[in-house]
Design a protein around this ligand. Structure first.
Ligand SMILES: NC(=O)c1ccc[n+]([C@@H]2O[C@H](COP(=O)([O-])OP(=O)(O)OC[C@H]3O[C@@H](n4cnc5c(N)ncnc54)[C@H](OP(=O)(O)O)[C@@H]3O)[C@@H](O)[C@H]2O)c1
Length: 251
Protein backbone atom coordinates (compact mmCIF):
# COMPACT_ATOMS: atom_id res chain seq x y z
CA UNK A 1 0.00 0.00 0.00
CA UNK A 2 1.59 3.29 -1.07
CA UNK A 3 1.07 6.61 0.67
CA UNK A 4 1.35 8.71 -2.48
CA UNK A 5 -0.93 11.75 -2.55
CA UNK A 6 -1.52 11.08 -6.24
CA UNK A 7 -4.82 9.47 -7.16
CA UNK A 8 -4.81 9.57 -10.97
CA UNK A 9 -2.27 9.43 -13.76
CA UNK A 10 -2.48 9.92 -17.51
CA UNK A 11 0.12 8.06 -19.57
CA UNK A 12 0.45 8.77 -23.29
CA UNK A 13 1.81 6.21 -25.73
CA UNK A 14 0.42 3.53 -23.44
CA UNK A 15 -0.35 0.80 -25.98
CA UNK A 16 3.16 -0.67 -26.08
CA UNK A 17 6.74 -0.58 -24.84
CA UNK A 18 7.70 1.91 -22.16
CA UNK A 19 4.21 3.45 -21.88
CA UNK A 20 2.49 0.11 -21.26
CA UNK A 21 5.12 -0.77 -18.64
CA UNK A 22 4.56 2.59 -16.90
CA UNK A 23 0.80 1.96 -16.83
CA UNK A 24 1.42 -1.42 -15.25
CA UNK A 25 3.88 -0.07 -12.67
CA UNK A 26 1.82 2.95 -11.59
CA UNK A 27 -1.32 0.79 -11.34
CA UNK A 28 0.61 -1.54 -9.02
CA UNK A 29 1.53 1.59 -7.01
CA UNK A 30 -2.14 2.19 -6.24
CA UNK A 31 -2.76 4.98 -8.77
CA UNK A 32 -5.77 5.00 -11.12
CA UNK A 33 -4.17 5.16 -14.55
CA UNK A 34 -5.69 6.58 -17.72
CA UNK A 35 -3.93 5.06 -20.71
CA UNK A 36 -3.86 6.97 -24.00
CA UNK A 37 -2.76 5.82 -27.46
CA UNK A 38 -4.33 5.25 -30.88
CA UNK A 39 -4.52 1.45 -30.83
CA UNK A 40 -7.85 0.72 -29.09
CA UNK A 41 -7.40 -3.08 -29.15
CA UNK A 42 -4.07 -3.03 -27.37
CA UNK A 43 -5.37 -0.54 -24.82
CA UNK A 44 -8.35 -2.81 -24.10
CA UNK A 45 -5.99 -5.74 -23.51
CA UNK A 46 -3.88 -3.61 -21.17
CA UNK A 47 -7.03 -2.47 -19.36
CA UNK A 48 -8.21 -6.00 -18.69
CA UNK A 49 -4.71 -6.83 -17.42
CA UNK A 50 -4.09 -3.82 -15.21
CA UNK A 51 -7.45 -2.14 -14.56
CA UNK A 52 -6.32 1.02 -16.34
CA UNK A 53 -8.85 3.20 -18.14
CA UNK A 54 -8.23 3.20 -21.88
CA UNK A 55 -8.57 6.25 -24.16
CA UNK A 56 -8.07 5.59 -27.86
CA UNK A 57 -7.09 9.13 -28.81
CA UNK A 58 -4.21 10.45 -30.88
CA UNK A 59 -2.04 13.08 -29.23
CA UNK A 60 -2.39 14.93 -32.54
CA UNK A 61 -6.13 15.29 -31.93
CA UNK A 62 -6.26 18.61 -30.11
CA UNK A 63 -10.05 18.56 -29.63
CA UNK A 64 -9.85 14.99 -28.36
CA UNK A 65 -7.18 15.94 -25.81
CA UNK A 66 -9.18 18.95 -24.64
CA UNK A 67 -12.34 16.85 -24.19
CA UNK A 68 -10.40 14.22 -22.26
CA UNK A 69 -8.69 16.65 -19.89
CA UNK A 70 -11.93 18.61 -19.29
CA UNK A 71 -13.35 15.56 -17.51
CA UNK A 72 -10.23 14.47 -15.64
CA UNK A 73 -8.25 15.47 -12.55
CA UNK A 74 -4.74 14.49 -13.58
CA UNK A 75 -2.26 14.25 -10.71
CA UNK A 76 0.52 12.63 -12.76
CA UNK A 77 1.00 13.30 -16.46
CA UNK A 78 3.48 11.04 -18.21
CA UNK A 79 4.34 12.45 -21.63
CA UNK A 80 5.67 9.29 -23.23
CA UNK A 81 4.13 8.99 -26.72
CA UNK A 82 6.81 9.29 -29.34
CA UNK A 83 7.77 8.39 -32.86
CA UNK A 84 11.02 8.26 -34.78
CA UNK A 85 12.14 8.12 -38.38
CA UNK A 86 15.23 7.06 -40.29
CA UNK A 87 17.53 9.49 -42.04
CA UNK A 88 18.78 12.96 -41.22
CA UNK A 89 18.17 16.51 -42.40
CA UNK A 90 19.67 15.76 -45.82
CA UNK A 91 16.99 13.24 -46.70
CA UNK A 92 14.05 13.85 -44.37
CA UNK A 93 10.61 14.66 -45.80
CA UNK A 94 8.27 17.53 -44.90
CA UNK A 95 5.75 14.96 -43.60
CA UNK A 96 8.32 13.36 -41.31
CA UNK A 97 9.29 16.73 -39.86
CA UNK A 98 5.63 17.57 -39.23
CA UNK A 99 4.83 14.17 -37.69
CA UNK A 100 7.78 14.15 -35.29
CA UNK A 101 7.35 17.75 -34.19
CA UNK A 102 3.63 17.13 -33.76
CA UNK A 103 3.78 13.95 -31.66
CA UNK A 104 7.10 14.38 -29.83
CA UNK A 105 6.92 18.08 -29.01
CA UNK A 106 3.71 19.97 -29.90
CA UNK A 107 1.50 17.41 -28.14
CA UNK A 108 3.72 17.44 -25.06
CA UNK A 109 3.38 21.21 -24.82
CA UNK A 110 -0.37 21.11 -25.43
CA UNK A 111 -1.11 18.38 -22.91
CA UNK A 112 1.09 20.01 -20.31
CA UNK A 113 -0.68 23.34 -20.88
CA UNK A 114 -4.02 21.56 -20.42
CA UNK A 115 -3.23 19.75 -17.14
CA UNK A 116 -1.19 22.41 -15.34
CA UNK A 117 -4.09 24.70 -14.30
CA UNK A 118 -5.80 21.83 -12.41
CA UNK A 119 -2.51 20.91 -10.74
CA UNK A 120 -2.02 24.52 -9.66
CA UNK A 121 -5.57 24.69 -8.31
CA UNK A 122 -5.08 21.52 -6.26
CA UNK A 123 -1.46 22.40 -5.44
CA UNK A 124 -0.61 18.80 -6.30
CA UNK A 125 0.90 17.28 -9.40
CA UNK A 126 3.77 15.64 -11.20
CA UNK A 127 4.76 15.92 -14.83
CA UNK A 128 7.05 13.19 -16.14
CA UNK A 129 8.57 13.70 -19.56
CA UNK A 130 10.22 10.81 -21.39
CA UNK A 131 12.93 12.42 -23.47
CA UNK A 132 15.91 10.50 -24.86
CA UNK A 133 19.68 10.64 -24.84
CA UNK A 134 19.11 11.93 -28.40
CA UNK A 135 18.00 15.19 -26.81
CA UNK A 136 21.33 15.66 -25.06
CA UNK A 137 23.96 14.23 -27.39
CA UNK A 138 24.68 14.28 -31.08
CA UNK A 139 25.53 10.95 -32.67
CA UNK A 140 25.91 9.91 -36.26
CA UNK A 141 23.01 7.82 -37.50
CA UNK A 142 20.46 9.52 -35.25
CA UNK A 143 17.48 11.21 -36.87
CA UNK A 144 18.02 14.97 -36.71
CA UNK A 145 14.35 15.83 -36.30
CA UNK A 146 13.99 13.28 -33.48
CA UNK A 147 17.06 14.70 -31.71
CA UNK A 148 15.67 18.21 -32.04
CA UNK A 149 12.24 17.35 -30.65
CA UNK A 150 13.75 15.53 -27.68
CA UNK A 151 16.03 18.51 -26.97
CA UNK A 152 12.81 20.53 -26.88
CA UNK A 153 11.35 18.14 -24.31
CA UNK A 154 14.49 18.60 -22.19
CA UNK A 155 14.22 22.38 -22.40
CA UNK A 156 10.51 22.26 -21.56
CA UNK A 157 11.23 20.11 -18.50
CA UNK A 158 13.72 22.64 -17.18
CA UNK A 159 11.59 25.69 -17.89
CA UNK A 160 8.49 24.08 -16.35
CA UNK A 161 10.23 23.92 -12.97
CA UNK A 162 10.63 27.69 -13.14
CA UNK A 163 7.00 28.17 -14.22
CA UNK A 164 5.75 26.02 -11.33
CA UNK A 165 8.21 27.25 -8.70
CA UNK A 166 6.77 27.53 -5.19
CA UNK A 167 4.07 24.93 -5.71
CA UNK A 168 3.84 21.25 -4.78
CA UNK A 169 4.19 20.27 -8.44
CA UNK A 170 7.17 18.19 -9.49
CA UNK A 171 8.74 17.86 -12.93
CA UNK A 172 10.81 14.81 -13.80
CA UNK A 173 12.63 14.13 -17.05
CA UNK A 174 13.64 10.55 -17.73
CA UNK A 175 16.11 10.24 -20.56
CA UNK A 176 16.58 6.65 -21.72
CA UNK A 177 19.19 5.18 -24.01
CA UNK A 178 18.34 2.01 -25.93
CA UNK A 179 15.27 0.16 -24.66
CA UNK A 180 13.97 -3.02 -26.24
CA UNK A 181 10.62 -1.88 -27.65
CA UNK A 182 8.82 -1.76 -30.97
CA UNK A 183 10.18 1.67 -31.80
CA UNK A 184 13.04 0.23 -33.86
CA UNK A 185 10.77 -2.18 -35.74
CA UNK A 186 8.40 0.67 -36.58
CA UNK A 187 11.43 2.66 -37.70
CA UNK A 188 12.65 0.15 -40.26
CA UNK A 189 9.26 -1.43 -40.94
CA UNK A 190 10.33 -4.93 -39.90
CA UNK A 191 10.07 -6.12 -36.27
CA UNK A 192 12.05 -9.34 -36.78
CA UNK A 193 14.89 -7.54 -38.55
CA UNK A 194 14.93 -4.85 -35.83
CA UNK A 195 15.20 -7.53 -33.15
CA UNK A 196 18.13 -9.08 -34.99
CA UNK A 197 19.89 -5.80 -35.75
CA UNK A 198 19.34 -3.86 -32.51
CA UNK A 199 18.69 -6.34 -29.72
CA UNK A 200 19.84 -9.93 -30.27
CA UNK A 201 23.52 -9.15 -29.84
CA UNK A 202 23.19 -6.22 -27.43
CA UNK A 203 22.19 -6.00 -23.80
CA UNK A 204 19.55 -3.28 -23.91
CA UNK A 205 17.24 -1.89 -21.24
CA UNK A 206 13.76 -3.37 -20.87
CA UNK A 207 10.60 -1.23 -20.67
CA UNK A 208 10.17 -2.11 -16.99
CA UNK A 209 13.56 -0.53 -16.24
CA UNK A 210 12.19 2.82 -17.37
CA UNK A 211 8.84 2.17 -15.67
CA UNK A 212 10.69 1.52 -12.39
CA UNK A 213 12.68 4.74 -12.87
CA UNK A 214 9.42 6.67 -13.35
CA UNK A 215 7.86 4.98 -10.31
CA UNK A 216 10.90 5.87 -8.19
CA UNK A 217 10.36 9.55 -8.99
CA UNK A 218 6.56 9.49 -8.72
CA UNK A 219 6.44 7.54 -5.46
CA UNK A 220 9.31 9.47 -3.84
CA UNK A 221 8.46 11.59 -0.77
CA UNK A 222 6.88 14.92 -1.67
CA UNK A 223 9.91 16.89 -0.46
CA UNK A 224 12.00 15.24 -3.16
CA UNK A 225 11.88 16.09 -6.84
CA UNK A 226 13.88 13.72 -9.02
CA UNK A 227 14.42 16.29 -11.74
CA UNK A 228 16.49 14.35 -14.25
CA UNK A 229 17.42 10.72 -14.78
CA UNK A 230 19.62 9.48 -17.62
CA UNK A 231 19.24 5.71 -17.88
CA UNK A 232 21.72 3.76 -19.99
CA UNK A 233 22.23 0.05 -20.55
CA UNK A 234 25.42 -0.91 -18.72
CA UNK A 235 26.91 -1.96 -22.05
CA UNK A 236 26.21 1.35 -23.84
CA UNK A 237 28.10 4.64 -23.67
CA UNK A 238 27.37 7.92 -25.37
CA UNK A 239 30.14 9.85 -27.01
CA UNK A 240 32.48 9.76 -29.94
CA UNK A 241 34.39 12.16 -32.07
CA UNK A 242 34.68 12.17 -35.84
CA UNK A 243 37.22 13.97 -37.95
CA UNK A 244 36.81 14.05 -41.72
CA UNK A 245 39.99 14.05 -43.79
CA UNK A 246 40.62 17.12 -45.99
CA UNK A 247 40.36 14.82 -48.98
CA UNK A 248 36.86 13.70 -48.00
CA UNK A 249 35.29 17.15 -48.57
CA UNK A 250 33.42 17.37 -51.89
CA UNK A 251 34.54 19.99 -54.44
N1 LIG B 1 13.04 2.50 -27.10
C1 LIG B 1 14.08 3.30 -26.94
O1 LIG B 1 15.24 2.91 -27.16
C2 LIG B 1 13.86 4.73 -26.49
C3 LIG B 1 14.99 5.46 -26.09
C4 LIG B 1 14.82 6.76 -25.67
C5 LIG B 1 13.57 7.33 -25.64
N2 LIG B 1 12.47 6.59 -26.04
C6 LIG B 1 11.17 7.25 -26.00
O2 LIG B 1 10.28 6.47 -25.23
C7 LIG B 1 8.94 6.76 -25.62
C8 LIG B 1 8.17 5.45 -25.80
O3 LIG B 1 8.71 4.74 -26.91
P1 LIG B 1 8.88 3.15 -26.95
O4 LIG B 1 10.32 2.88 -27.06
O5 LIG B 1 8.09 2.53 -25.89
O6 LIG B 1 8.29 2.83 -28.39
P2 LIG B 1 6.93 2.16 -28.91
O7 LIG B 1 6.78 0.79 -28.34
O8 LIG B 1 6.96 2.35 -30.37
O9 LIG B 1 5.80 3.06 -28.24
C9 LIG B 1 5.42 4.30 -28.75
C10 LIG B 1 4.05 4.62 -28.19
O10 LIG B 1 3.66 5.91 -28.67
C11 LIG B 1 2.34 5.82 -29.14
N3 LIG B 1 2.05 6.84 -30.14
C12 LIG B 1 2.69 7.09 -31.31
N4 LIG B 1 2.06 8.07 -31.98
C13 LIG B 1 1.01 8.45 -31.21
C14 LIG B 1 -0.04 9.39 -31.37
N5 LIG B 1 -0.13 10.17 -32.46
N6 LIG B 1 -0.96 9.51 -30.37
C15 LIG B 1 -0.91 8.72 -29.27
N7 LIG B 1 0.05 7.80 -29.08
C16 LIG B 1 1.00 7.67 -30.04
C17 LIG B 1 2.20 4.40 -29.69
O11 LIG B 1 0.85 3.96 -29.64
P3 LIG B 1 -0.20 3.91 -30.87
O12 LIG B 1 0.56 3.49 -32.09
O13 LIG B 1 -1.23 2.92 -30.39
O14 LIG B 1 -0.76 5.30 -30.95
C18 LIG B 1 3.01 3.62 -28.67
O15 LIG B 1 2.18 3.27 -27.57
C19 LIG B 1 9.04 7.60 -26.89
O16 LIG B 1 8.84 8.96 -26.57
C20 LIG B 1 10.47 7.38 -27.34
O17 LIG B 1 10.98 8.47 -28.09
C21 LIG B 1 12.60 5.30 -26.46
Amino acid sequence: MSNTPYRTALVTGASSGIGAAIVRRLSEGGIEVHALARDAKRLEALASDTGCIPHAVSVSDQAGLEALIAGLEVDVLVNNAGQSRTGNITNTTPDDIDALVDVNLRAVLQLTRLVVPGMIERNRGHIVNISSIAGHYAFAGGNTVYHTTKAGVHSLSQQLRCDLFGRQIRVTEVSPARVETEVFGRLIGDMAEAKKRFFDEYDSLLPEDIANSVAFAVLAPQRMNVSFMEVLPTMQVVGGLNFAKKTSAPG
